[in-house]
Design a protein around this ligand. Structure first.
Ligand SMILES: [Zn+2]
Length: 318
């Protein structure tokens, strides 16, 4: 069966399209070290057949997968973990200490996502959320080092997108598995200037100050590349970090402007985010028609607007 949804990178790393939402939107990364394997983020329950297919095509036995590492417990990253683990008898799940309990008992995750999407859409997007047996879970406190067949992987607590978020530094590739902490960069928007990047403020724990600090922490490792869940490998890391910092502040500025708008607040934020991102894409010399850009941005603009509103509500309380 021909595979069009995985791309091999150097250093034993493969980007796999999980199939969530649209092509090129949501990735899992496979890491192979001398016959042993690990996955970073896994998509949803619907992604499991693809992940297993890639293992099979590469001749990696299911028994050789040692770790399933989820950068945070949002369902586009971790929703399929429980389903996948049923097929990987020797794999342990590595989760942030704040996220692990929700993978063992997913009731709150399901309730939270159902509140955002409604029940019908939730089922269509995520399918079954299978609980993970507690004895298969390793919690990853800040600075934990695990070895995949001797290859060191360093877990970094990186709040800002979510408080239950870690990133993983892979010294062998000088690469960082960044989950959603280092923003979103779709290959659709690549231009002669390289990749285009923007932050994600998805509900419900966006914290701009923490996000700025986490990006700086990632940079302190001087990584040559980032492996983003949305989507794939990007280089030119310092330029992208600068752009993320500027855009986080611009998003927060939009939110503050919209704060007093009451009922119109959501619509105002959606319009503001579209304006900001479309003009940045234009400056980036992205050649796509504007309608196509809007279409590609729509999911993130909606979620970012919701997350900024939640942040505004929380800021007003304190
Ligand atoms: Zn995500």
């Amino acid at each position: 069966m021909p595979q069009t949804y995985s791309q091999d990178l150097p250093h034993g790393i493969t980007t796999i399209d999980t199939g969530y939402c649209r092509p090129g939107f949501d990735a899992s990364h496979l890491l192979v070290e001398k016959g042993q394997a690990a996955l970073v983020d896994v998509g949803t329950a619907f992604s499991v057949p693809r992940l297993l297919q890639v293992l099979e095509t590469k001749g990696i036995a299911r028994e050789a997968v040692r770790y399933v590492m989820v950068t945070h417990v949002h369902l586009d990253h971790a929703g399929g973990a429980g389903s996948l683990l049923r097929y990987l008898p020797n794999a342990q799940l590595v989760a942030h200490p704040r996220g692990a309990p929700h993978l063992i008992d997913p009731a709150k995750l399901i309730a939270g996502a159902t509140a955002v999407y409604g029940e019908e859409r939730f089922n269509a997007l995520y399918g079954e959320i299978v609980p993970v047996a507690a004895e298969r879970v390793i919690t990853a406190p800040d600075n934990l080092e695990l070895r995949l067949n001797g290859r060191p992987l360093l877990f970094l607590d990186t709040p800002g997108h979510a408080r239950h978020h870690y990133c993983i530094y892979d010294a062998a590739s000088r690469g960082m598995f960044s989950g959603d902490t280092f923003g979103l960069s779709y290959r659709d928007f690549d231009s002669e200037k390289g990749p285009f990047i923007f932050p994600t403020t998805t509900p419900v724990q966006f914290d701009p100050k923490a996000l700025h600090a986490s990006i700086e922490r990632l940079l302190s490792f001087n990584p040559a590349r980032m492996y983003l869940t949305h989507y794939g490998c990007v280089e030119i890391v310092p330029r992208l970090a600068d752009e993320l910092h500027v855009m986080i502040d611009a998003f927060v500025g939009l939110a503050r402007e919209a704060a007093a708008e009451g009922e119109d607040r959501h619509a105002m934020l959606v319009a503001g985010l579209n304006r900001l991102l479309l003009s940045a894409l234009q400056a980036h010399d992205c050649g796509l028609p504007q309608a196509r850009m809007r279409e590609l941005l729509a999911v993130d603009v909606e979620l970012n607007a919701q997350g900024l509103e939640i942040w505004l509500n929380k800021s007003a309380e304190t």
